[in-house]
Design a protein around this ligand. Sequence first.
Ligand code: 13P
Length: 240
Amino acid sequence: MRRKLAAGNWKMNGLRADLAELENLPQDQGVDVLICLPTTLIPAARDLPLAIGGQDCHAATHGAHTGDISAPMLVDAGATYVLTGHSERRSDHGETDADVAAKSKAAHETGLITIICIGETLAIRAAGTTLDIIDGQLAKSVPDCATAENTLIAYEPVWAIGTGKVPSTDQIAEVHAHIHARLAERFSDGADFGILYGGSVKSSNAAEIFAVPHVTGALVGGASLKAADFAPIVTALAAS
Ligand code: 13P
């Protein structure tokens, strides 16, 4: 079973001077700490005492894909993790579940631990079909080569990202239990996959979210940019 993971996603934020925020995060608390950085910052962050990830990778190892970054390039820069299928990649770049599965497979073949992001829109939540959408995303975005060692799932309701709105703990519990059950049905080690919650996680709500069954960590956007905001989330996870 993978250790609990406090993961930050800096998205398209941060210049080299901002890496100072990562120097004093809590260490040795029995949980893993990861920051997914803009690719430009990965080489400068590779020696910091925490794991570094990319935010996306191409499905090919190299080739004529201007502006894209491959999984071997991320490894070469110093990353050990990568996010795939973040809702902002799906909406800004039209990425499909099949694209996400291909990127995740490429990441696995390069030895990157992959955090595959899934989650429903507000319209889906209102229509009452959240679990159906989650089923489809899990079936089509998670490749057959996924294992508990090389993959975590991040449940990020699109309507909770950057909005300050957070699902109730009952809603998080329902979706996380569902993801856990589906993974256990499909993969021999499916019950051991880490399942992160993401969407407006802050120090003020982290403890109650981490108390929800089958929540093994968080994927944190805005509150990962400053050590003062992210450190209490790491501490809350360690205490959970
Ligand atoms: P916020 O924590 O800013 O809502 O972002 C969540 C997210 O998208 C992490 O990947």
